[in-house]
Design a protein around this ligand. Structure first.
Ligand code: BTN
Length: 246
């Protein structure tokens, strides 16, 4: 991972560049990093604010020999890698909000965008986008989201060395990915649940069909969130929003 690394001062989105490189046949582990994105993409067609030099804006090309149903595991794997590295490098206590937001002090500091190209029942390639708010200061997070988003600097009080941080993410990613390919998802699942936000606690879950109170139990190998509602019924959720507090 990161043997082929492209670093750009400014791009629209590192995701698009990696899709392009994938189509040109670039190998597994190719990485694109930018200092700034002017059209950063978040999940659900949202924008991802990516100001110059303030964060980790990168996309990794993966070519796993796996069926498409296993793609969500790669996202969960990446979330555990990010949580692990933040945990090791600071006194911060990161948690993972299902499916793949990294929170510190209940605010989002990082997100993951997984895009897949599949043919029949094989993954052709995956573009794994990682966005981490690192060195933004108070007032540099867009005001619309300032109540729920933050940066590592704002939460830790320290400035982070972005290049060093990227290096540890890539090396931890490589180790974790290799052991996932060799040994399967079980260990990742345990790691994920160790960092899982509100696991074992009561929250409100909104789905397309209904809103209900439930206790979060953990995740399944297919990436689903497992919860138990107040009637004791188990729910497996593939798409939902989690709320807490009032
Ligand atoms: C989310 O939480 O909505 C996912 C955010 C993913 C942002 C990263 S930044 C690098 C890569 N390039 C993009 O345009 N998006 C991802």
């Amino acid at each position: 991972i990161g043997q082929h690394l492209y670093h750009y001062p400014q791009v629209e989105s590192t995701q698009d560049i990696v899709h392009q490189l994938a189509k040109e046949g670039k190998p597994h582990g190719t990485v694109v990093i930018a200092d700034e994105q002017v059209k950063g993409k978040g999940r659900m067609a949202r924008e991802w604010h990516s100001p110059e030099g303030k964060g980790v804006w990168m996309s990794i090309l993966l070519r796993p020999d796996l069926p498409p149903v296993q793609a969500p595991q790669l996202t969960l794997l990446t979330a555990t890698v990010l949580a692990n590295v933040m945990d090791k490098r600071s006194a911060l206590v990161p948690s993972i909000k299902w499916p793949n937001d990294i929170l510190v002090h209940h605010k989002k500091v990082a997100g993951i965008l997984t895009e897949m190209q599949a043919e029949q029942d094989r993954i052709q390639y995956v573009v794994l986008g990682i966005g981490i708010n690192v060195n933004q200061e108070d007032g540099e997070i867009p005001s619309m989201i300032a109540h729920k988003a933050s940066s590592l600097k704002m939460e830790s009080g320290e400035k982070w060395d972005i290049q060093e941080f990227v290096q540890s993410i890539l090396s931890t990613f490589e180790k974790t990915y290799d052991s996932f390919i060799e040994e399967g998802f079980q260990e990742i699942k345990q790691e994920w649940e160790r960092y899982g936000y509100k696991i074992g606690e009561k929250v409100t879950i909104s789905t397309m069909r209904r809103d209900f109170k439930a206790t979060l139990l953990g995740i399944e190998a297919d990436g689903a969130l497992l919860a138990k509602d107040e009637q004791g019924e188990m729910e497996k959720l593939y798409s939902a929003e989690i709320h807490w507090g009032e």
